[in-house]
Design a protein around this ligand. Structure first.
Ligand code: M6R
Length: 598
């Protein structure tokens, strides 16, 4: 899930460095560039974030019209300068996103042919193979094709060759790649968001299409007809995002949720959702990973309760390998903020092969998942930069809520009056979220107390169990505090054994039909001296006496929209805990925003 970029343009290093900044969410453990300057390829790399590379480049005046760049999320080999890309062999330099599964065999063969390797990466075999075939008098295109034919796995490559002619090539197999011909140059990148203002038109190459980039022309190699390149508008063009006055992108994105939900409640996209025939569906299967999976879990509760549809949910990496049964008239929904998650994409391809109707729910509308599904619905969250997903989650929930109401309408399962009330409830979201955010200081106090512990148990019930899971995931991701979530009723079936004064428990406790049962669960926690924290209704506060910084009162709102409201304090809790512990909120260790490897 590294980010790759290349440019053939005047001062090509500028769009490459700008693109790397936009791609950093794909990995940030090292970065590097190769540039063709004065008839030689210069490669400069640095460990750590892009700022380290920029620091190294300060001392060098690098000018050239052909440049490739890479930001890395380590798969093979530690995060250090040697393993950073580009990898160069002679006059061939390569940036790679993906995994070469047979690299060990290829490496052995190349070593026998006299090649020496510097890194422990899988990627380094690629420039060596190309260089080997170039030394056998093959043309650049022939050498790349011969090398590619031996690779097993997934890849998107930028290949820079300094030869009789200097060229930048791009090719992909299974990994995302986009090409753009602008007025000032030609560009390639892992995704459209990486490209700058000069990239209004983009092309998504097919697998194994070898493309040559010149500043004035993009060519399909091997005699293919250039008319096969169908450009589309780049919807992400030049949308440079800044965090403004906020301390992190994550903080900005949490606070943006008021406006986003406002826009979603004003815009009536219901006609869009009515393109789905919910009436005749036998089943909905929702497949996703991470936070998007928790959105699917909440959606299941809504579809079942309001539309009486059978809903199965699955983690994409499990679904794709367990021969799931696809029934007639089944709708398979794939939820993905990035639209590039490799496991979700593979699951989508599986469902399509079994003739399911497929629907993508994505934030990035030009993404691979969006392009491959039969239907695509956008969540309208805008670019999400923080690695920990926040605003995308609430927007996914908002769209699912609207879809569930559309399904309820079509299937006439609930009374019209109830349906109208459920729609009105949605309109309460922006103001209620704003009220919660205005009380962020209360969550900060809770975070101060909570982040002293190394383990935390989160509990919820019903549609709030996935919210507890999402809260635990957020906390793990950015504060590195170990957190697990359970349905409260499960506590007595095992996790209760963990409870003592060192194991705090955070409960999401609304006022509903199950409140009394939840109160019993809370008593069980208190009886074992576990420090208790509650995000809950006023009614709970009246029954359980806790210190101010251990209780956050949820606004009185209808139960249907509670999942979207109660996740807000969870997001803030993770944010403040990470800040108090001095962690990098936007770029947590070991993670990347877009997970394009298995
Ligand atoms: O882009 P996707 O929604 O497909 O990503 C799925 C997960 O990788 C993602 O939600 C991940 O769990 C986030 N880091 C959560 O904050």
């Amino acid at each position: 899930m590294c980010g790759i970029i290349g440019a053939v343009a005047k001062s090509a290093i500028t769009p490459v460095l700008e693109g790397l900044a936009r791609l950093e969410y794909r990995g940030y453990d090292s970065s590097g560039i190769s540039i063709l300057a004065n008839n030689e390829i210069k490669t400069i790399k640095a460990q750590g974030t892009l700022s380290n590379l920029k620091q190294r480049l300060l001392s060098q005046a690098l000018e050239g019209d052909c440049c490739i760049g890479h930001t890395r999320w380590a798969t093979h080999g530690r995060a250090n300068v040697t393993n950073a890309h580009p990898h160069q062999c002679g006059q061939v330099s390569v940036v790679h996103n993906g995994i070469i599964e047979n690299y060990l065999q290829l490496k052995q063969k190349l070593i026998q042919w006299g090649h020496h390797f510097n890194s422990s990466t899988d990627s380094e075999v690629i420039p060596h193979l190309i260089n080997h075939y170039l030394s056998q008098q093959m043309t650049q295109e022939q050498a790349i094709k011969k090398a590619i034919a031996q690779l097993k796995g997934s890849y998107a490559l930028g290949v820079l060759i300094n030869g009789v002619s200097n060229n930048l090539y791009a090719i992909k197999q299974g990994s995302p790649l986009v090409i753009s011909q602008g007025n000032e140059g030609a560009y390639m990148a892992s995704d459209a968001m990486a490209l700058g203002a000069d990239s209004g038109k983009i092309y998504y190459p097919k697998d194994n299409e070898l493309i040559k980039l010149n500043s004035h022309e993009i060519t399909l190699c091997g005699g293919a007809n250039n008319n096969e390149i169908h450009y589309i508008n780049n919807k992400h063009c030049a949308k440079l995002v800044s965090k403004g006055t906020r301390s992190s992108f994550m903080e900005k994105e949490i606070f943006e949720q008021v406006d986003l939900l406002k826009r979603l409640s004003v815009n009536n996209h219901t006609s869009e959702y009515s393109t789905i025939n919910f009436k005749d569906l036998t089943k909905i299967t929702i497949i996703a990973c991470g936070t998007s999976y928790y959105a699917a879990s909440v959606a299941k509760a809504w579809f079942e309760k309001y539309a009486n549809i059978l809903v199965e949910i699955d983690i994409a990496s499990e679904y794709r390998y367990r021969s799931p049964i696809v029934t007639n008239n089944e709708l398979a929904i794939f939820v993905s903020q990035s639209g590039e998650t490799a496991d979700t994409l593979a699951a989508l391809r599986y469902a399509k092969s079994k003739k399911a109707q497929t629907l993508a729910l994505v934030n990035v509308v030009n993404s691979t998942i969006a392009r491959e599904a039969n239907f695509t619905f956008e969540i309208y969250a805008g670019p999400e930069i923080g690695v920990a997903s926040t605003k995308a989650f609430s927007c996914q929930l908002a769209i699912f809520y609207k879809m569930a109401l559309e399904a309820a309408k079509q299937r006439a399962f609930i009374e019209k009056a109830e349906l109208t009330q459920l729609a009105l409830n949605f309109a309460q979201l922006p103001d209620t979220i704003e009220k919660v955010l205005q009380r962020c200081a209360e969550i900060k106090s809770m975070a101060k107390k909570l982040c002293k512990y190394s383990n935390i148990l989160f509990l919820g019930r019903g549609a709030l169990t996935p919210i507890a899971q999402e809260g635990a995931l957020k906390l793990k991701e950015i504060s590195y505090i170990h957190a697990e979530a359970y349905a409260a009723g499960e506590l007595k079936h095992g996790p209760i054994a963990l409870l003592d004064e060192h194991m705090p428990v955070l409960v999401i406790a609304p006022k509903n039909a199950l409140t009394d049962k939840l109160l019993s669960n809370i008593q069980e926690v208190q009886a074992r001296n576990a420090p208790l924290f509650i995000i809950g209704d006023k009614y709970i506060r009246e029954h359980i006496h806790l210190q101010e910084d251990q209780f956050f009162e949820l606004p009185a709102i209808p139960e249907s929209i509670l999942p979207i409201i109660s996740v807000i304090p969870m997001q803030l809790l993770a944010l403040y805990s990470a800040q108090i512990l001095g962690k990098n909120v936007d770029q947590p260790r070991n993670l990347a925003k877009s997970v394009t490897v298995e």
